[in-house]
Design a protein around this ligand. Sequence first.
Ligand code: MN
Ligand code: MN
Length: 374
Amino acid sequence: MSEPIRATKGSTDIGPRDPARDAENPDVLVPPSTDKGLVPNLRFSFADAHMNLQDGGWSREVTQRELPIATEMAGVNMRLKTGGVRELHWHKQAEWSIMLAGNARITAVDNDGKNFVADIASGDLWYFPAGIPHSIQGLGPDGCEFLLAFPDGAFSESSTFLLSEVFARTPKDVLATNFDVPESAFDRIPKEQLFIFEAPVPGPVESDAIASPAGSVRQSMILRAADQKAASLPGGTVRIADTRNFPIATEVAAAIIEVAPRSMREIHWHPNADEWQYYLSGTGRMTVFASQDSSRTFDFRAGDVGYVPKSMSHYVQNTGDSPLKFLELFRSPRFEDVSLNQWLALTPAQLVKSHLGLDQSTIDHLSKNKKPIV
Ligand code: MN
Ligand code: MN
């Protein structure tokens, strides 16, 4: 005899908490009994986002339109095949990026006529300041997949300024005057946008270097994975990338977090900005305390976006057997967090005891040093 079919694997029973039943149903979020009140949705998965599929690759975005609370940041997940180009373009917002897999070549030219070209590998970051025109092209052996983040929830990949469209939307005689060539030079420009398309795979990066009379850009537009210094803790690692080690990234600060199984990103909050999260691998659980006696718990897996408004405290537990990796991104030049544990450790003990009724051994166990992962 087969098992009777239950609509939601047993979770329809409303009654006392049963930890054994919860453990049998790892795919069902049974919220902790501490959850309370009206906290808006703080999760959206790229798996549920519309995919824009093209010959050279695909892209999908999670913006304020998908996740209304996410007003400070939007994200794009993109795949380019070998040779596939994200068309030369620019946009009003800065672009912060991390390579998830594979290799790409990026190019940019700034307002001083200084240029930049580099090959990007897995784990490397890149950053284009607002309005600076750039391109991304997938390299061998199998192109690339990356995540882009923009410090504006209203951003959209479909509202960028495309090279093909600036030509198609300008009169031919103006183009001829601008470039000092006959109008016929523009007979074969594309009538529609290219966005993502297939192009010949470029040669070695040295062969793409162009000597600008103005020289190359003053601040590097990339931060290599090997240059992202990791703070190693017993339960995982924390890598910070902000203007202290990635000076060009003035509008996006990042923490790249890895939490070992049975470990947790400690209870903390961010005083300076909302947090936009991207889950890279593993599974996790986060509770956000939103003041007004309310909190809500969410489960996350690779490809999910999470959002935590400024100053709301939260923790992220690894709920699986493999490392949990995720990004914390902020519309800020600096990464900043406040630790609940460190706050209490550095506050007069009697004052803390008077609030919480803690005994001396618990007070003695508080940590004066921040421990981001416990
Ligand atoms: Mn861009
Ligand atoms: Mn956080």
